[in-house]
Design a protein around this ligand. Structure first.
Ligand code: SAM
Length: 341
């Protein structure tokens, strides 16, 4: 099991301290509501019983943290986990973030509980939704997620489409020999519903580092598998919208397919994200446990103290010239589920 954040911290920092070159304040945050998850995807965690954080922010401490993030300049929020829909007050927490008037409010989910929660989340002010679906074949889905029920997830997607989110996307981690023959089917299924499919290179983070190296399917190979469906054009990023690069469909240029290349082409130089775990640990990068513990300030209701912790975490933001994110050896020792993926 990866070392706990406090254990990692006490061993000293692993990031090259060149983050002071970042002149802009943090704009984007991934807020993990919980490190709990009801699935155990083979590239993410070893089993469903691999241990959880001991302390989590209660509602008041969490609100203090979010107020501080907005005061520090954060304008785009993605709620994640673990599985955020397992948090008993996820709808109230979404409503709280929405009440602060952020520009963008999105959530990433495995959709096991989305059928019941899609409409309340939309009504609470959630704007965009990303659903992780690694296969449209029930047996494969069950194997990759270690027990997931595809039918329930697809009902969640239907509910999300009916709820009228501004955008629904999917994330598919492509694994050789597992789902790499499904890319055209996933594109057809998603685009027929107005969903934006995205394909992710497996990263050597957490359990992903323990998969055989040949599991990786690079984005260029993914594009080859989709060549008959995609326009022949350079994949382009959307401004202010994370690392995915998009290519339009030949048959309908309004529809796009995204690729996330965290392994073959890291994008750390343009990363403007902070991550806040459910225990209040603020991290500048997914690929290391380095971070700043803000829980004591958050529990005290001390917004200024959390703002200072955010500034300290932001100063640790690595420079993408020397730091290559999830290809760095530290990535193998972290839990994406605990940090917030
Ligand atoms: N439970 C939610 C879900 O399933 O979407 C949110 C958390 S999950 C950690 C967020 C995303 O991280 C998912 O789309 C998942 O596929 C991705 N992910 C986790 N481990 C990964 C790895 N080793 N390589 C690439 N993507 C990974």
């Amino acid at each position: 099991m990866p070392a706990s954040p406090s254990e990692q911290q006490s061993r000293g920092r692993s990031l090259p301290l060149v983050g002071s070159s970042r002149q802009v304040p943090p704009r984007t945050v991934r807020l993990s509501l919980t490190d709990r998850c009801d699935l155990a995807c083979v590239y993410c965690r070893p089993s469903r019983s691999d241990g959880y954080l001991e302390n989590r922010l209660d509602d008041d401490a969490w609100k203090t943290t979010v107020r501080a993030l907005v005061a520090a300049g954060v304008r785009r929020v993605r709620i994640t986990g673990g599985e955020p829909l397992l948090h008993p007050r996820v709808v109230a927490r979404v409503a709280f973030v929405a009440s602060l008037g952020v520009e963008d409010l999105a959530l990433t989910t495995n959709a096991t509980r989305l059928a019941a929660l899609a409409r309340p989340l939309r009504e609470a002010g959630l704007q965009r939704l990303t659903v992780s679906i690694d296969s449209l074949v029930p047996e494969r889905f069950e194997r990759i997620t270690r027990g997931g029920d595809l039918a329930g997830v697809l009902s969640g997607v239907d509910a999300a489409l009916a709820a009228g989110f501004a955008e629904v996307k999917t994330n598919t981690v492509v694994l050789r020999g597992e789902n790499d023959d499904e890319l055209p089917d996933i594109v057809s299924w998603a685009c027929a519903r107005g969903i934006v499919p995205r394909f992710i290179e497996v990263m050597r983070i957490g359990e992903g580092a323990r998969l055989p190296p040949e599991s990786l399917v690079g984005a260029s190979e993914m594009r080859t598998k989709l060549a008959h469906l995609l326009a022949e054009e350079r994949a382009e990023r959307d401004r202010d919208r994370g690392p995915a690069k998009y290519v339009r469909l030949r048959a309908d240029p309004r529809r796009r397919v995204g690729f996330i290349t965290g392994t073959t082409d890291t994008y750390c130089g343009s990363c403007d994200r902070l991550r806040v775990a459910s225990d209040g640990m603020i991290r500048p990068c997914l690929a290391t446990n380095d971070g700043v513990a803000a829980m004591p300030h958050a529990i005290a209701g001390d917004v200024g103290g959390v703002v200072d912790a955010i500034a300290e975490a932001w100063s640790l933001k690595p420079d993408g010239e020397t730091w290559k994110g999830c290809t760095e050896p530290t990535a193998a020792g972290v839990s994406i589920r605990a940090i917030g993926g």
